[in-house]
Design a protein around this ligand. Sequence first.
Ligand SMILES: Nc1ncnc2c1ncn2[C@@H]1O[C@H](COP(=O)(O)OP(=O)(O)O)[C@@H](O)[C@H]1O
Ligand SMILES: [Mg+2]
Length: 212
Amino acid sequence: MTPTQGLARGMAVEDTGGPLMVPVGKGILSRMFDVFGHVIDREAVLSDVQWRSVHRQPPLLARRSTKSEIFETGIKAIDVLVPLERGGKAGLFGGAGVGKTVLLTEMIHNMIGHQEGVSIFCGIGERCREGEDLYREMKKAGVLPNMVMIFGQMNEPPGARFRVGHAALTMAEYFRDDEQRDVLLLIDNIFRFIQAGMEVSGLMGQMPSRLG
Ligand SMILES: Nc1ncnc2c1ncn2[C@@H]1O[C@H](COP(=O)(O)OP(=O)(O)O)[C@@H](O)[C@H]1O
Ligand SMILES: [Mg+2]
């Protein structure tokens, strides 16, 4: 999960005795994190948070909502032709540079402007510059107070990229379950997540399809 330069045989290992943890709570809003839940925006230290394991049970099937409602993105072409379901998942597929990231950014704008929800942006394996760009843009647009960003970009080892999605989900679940707020979780890009899984399998000498 971290670079291994400098590690050598025979070094002492310290067991934390716990799984990977991320902070959740009101204090994480408007902040930017890495996979370990460390803030990477060079702002004040975190306060008003609790730490949760990234490995959590999904809600029981019986607890899930059965009615289907449309989630209005405010982008007419999407709402008319391919409406998104509230509480559902949707995938956005396209080649490099065709506008996926721009569309996601637009959705964050609309969600925060009209729906009083929280947006969580999880960057997996894309360029580090993109995280930086997004942070500046969101700050300028004034939507940062209702947003959380978490990144495991392409400069990070495969283990970090493979787990950063779980970390983002844990934060999203907190807003959904503990605060009963609408949450828009955006993952850019899910292919990089799968690719990270394949790399982890490769490092462990398994078939890429085992984890990827
Ligand atoms: N709707 C749009 N209208 C005009 N230009 C766009 C639009 N969507 C994307 N672009 C341009 O395409 C570039 C690449 O888009 P981006 O969302 O980063 O691609 P992807 O994430 O799919 O690789 C953007 O920097 C922007 O200049
Ligand atoms: Mg992109």
